[in-house]
Design a protein around this ligand. Sequence first.
Ligand code: CA
Ligand code: CA
Ligand code: CA
Length: 323
Amino acid sequence: MQYGFKNSSPRHFTPWTRAQGWPVAALFLCLLSGTICAQAQQTDIAVTLSDSSDPVNAGDLLDFTISLTNTSGTAASNVAVTMYAPTNSVQVFTNILSGTGWSSAIVQNAGVFGTQFTKATVGAGETASFLIRVSVVSTLLAGATLNGTVTATTTTADSNLANNTGTATTTISQDADLAVSLSGGPDPVNAGANIIYAFSLSNFGPSGAQSVSVTLPTPPSTTFLSASVTSGSGWSISAPSPGATGNVVFSKGAVAYQEAPLFQVVVSTLLNSSGTITATATATSTTPDSNPGNESDSEPTAVNGAALPVFRVPLFTWKAVGR
Ligand SMILES: [Ca+2]
Ligand SMILES: [Ca+2]
Ligand SMILES: [Ca+2]
């Protein structure tokens, strides 16, 4: 078989020997070996994901930092970095921390919102970083975990797909600031009359509170009369018998963030009571409270001493008639 043209010199039959022939030779190699050909054009983008803080309180904000690097010597085209808020969190803020020429857009998948950062060309060695801030659901219990995942894609062949996904696992902790406010009336109260105590419990969060009790012992010089939940649901009440003394306890398994029930306790003051009667209501929970002190409140009530019988003697002016 004969190659080339009839009138050409022999060197023209072998393009390998010509400077302009080397690309042709490379193309031949590529055609002969698809693997070699593909690797010559491959890029390698990589993402990592970090979380702060870890652990994070249920109900608090959690920051994810995404780092993207083109670790190869080949530019990557049409790069997209996408992250959705992990289950049990909601995206509240995103930001491009470093890198130029990036665009960001809110994306949604099955009702879950996230952000996609995109750029037409990410050069060899180029880096960028992004922030995704989420709000963690306040009802999560300590020990639960959030699993964050970020993915990076490019239309350029990527030699290592294993590093195109970054993950971070965050452990949940809990913190619930419980606060109690107690008031009572009338003040002053007549000895023997009733004092009506009204008090509120507030969970200022950020987490839900577990195994919550609010306790008001019958104050000295009083006996229990009645207890009720004025506002709120799911509470159970433990109280002394009417006329007896002891702890009045309102309890509930879980009190949500911003839940604020109202309670009422009525006591009867003893006939011989006097001075000041002080009641104290205190909330407790198995959930840590990083703002201690406000979960207890006291209410003093002045007592009008027992009214002594008053004998009023009419005053007469005796005047001797006729004198
Ligand atoms: Ca890669
Ligand atoms: Ca972590
Ligand atoms: Ca507190």
